[in-house]
Design a protein around this ligand. Sequence first.
Ligand code: IMP
Ligand code: MG
Length: 344
Amino acid sequence: MAIKSVDICCGLAWGDEAKGKIVSHLIQKNKYDWICRWNGGSNAGHTIYIGGKKYATHIIPAGVFYNIPCYIGPDCLINVDAFIKEINYLNDNGFDTSKIFVSGNAHVITKEHVNDDISQYQKQQGSTGSGIAPCARDKFARKGILLKDYDKFPYKDNIWTESHSPLFGDILCEGAQGFWLDINHGMYPYVTSSYTLPYSACSLGFTHRVIRNIYGAAKVYDTRVGVDPYFEHHDAHLYKDTFDNIATIGEEYGTTTKRKRKVEWLNLDKMIYAINICGTNIIIMSKIDILEKINTFAYIYNSEYVVCDDKKDFIRNINTIILNKCSVVDKIIYSDNPETINHL
Ligand code: IMP
Ligand code: MG
């Protein structure tokens, strides 16, 4: 059976844009045959609410919560111990993990990779310490370990080693991290060591011609974990208390590392650039409820802070600017709760 269509959900910022919620919503609304991950490893953290209960995954796609086959592609990096731990966590919570497949060409993150990451990247660049950069280094030096050659991966039947793509039907690809963490387009060297843009979803094994919708995940304010001297506006000190408030009320703590995230007003200059390169036709802006709680609405445009009168003014301005500057965008949706998205 051939591949019929591919939908992609990618992050338009620095990760943590509620991709998990969007993917979970799309799975319930549409009929998909496969849910796939194309990049990163257990550095990512996806939060999903099901029946009011909160779940967190790092490498396994959200399809597992809905009994849909999942595929983790050849560009992903696998820490086998972390993978087993995640499978056990899902099994303990009653989810069937028998339909999770991994490409045999995915690379294995070793203990040395994790140690190198902790000693060379964690402090200096604020990496998650999951071994991503050293594993990618060895992959590109062509001395890495492929999953299919690794003895200690216990789920041998779930490895895809065929030379053809195992995928068919309607596919949803969930991105990890976000635009500004991409190794090519992000703020190098303050990036991750993978391709976070939708073009790289094709590494799963399909042509870009089958791509249907590209959903762009964003938040109504920006957040950043890890080191990044380019993140903050030069006047960020003026809003220090407000940003602290947003971080607390918005529960802006890393899913993987539990670190408190830095907050900044939404940078529309950056977002416009990201949208136009990603080609995201539907934009989901999350966490408008957090700005309602602090009752302050602002953004950055043309490198300046713009403060709005109210929520209506904020949404109207943002929609006008984005629709004007990004002809690819059909629809912008604002979401005000962690579990569902209306109008998507
Ligand atoms: P690494 O991916 O662990 O090498 O980290 C590189 C940079 O990407 C650091 O600034 C991390 O904080 C950031 N990063 C990696 N994964 C995520 C994520 O899933 N969400 C947000 N930031 C991330
Ligand atoms: Mg996350």
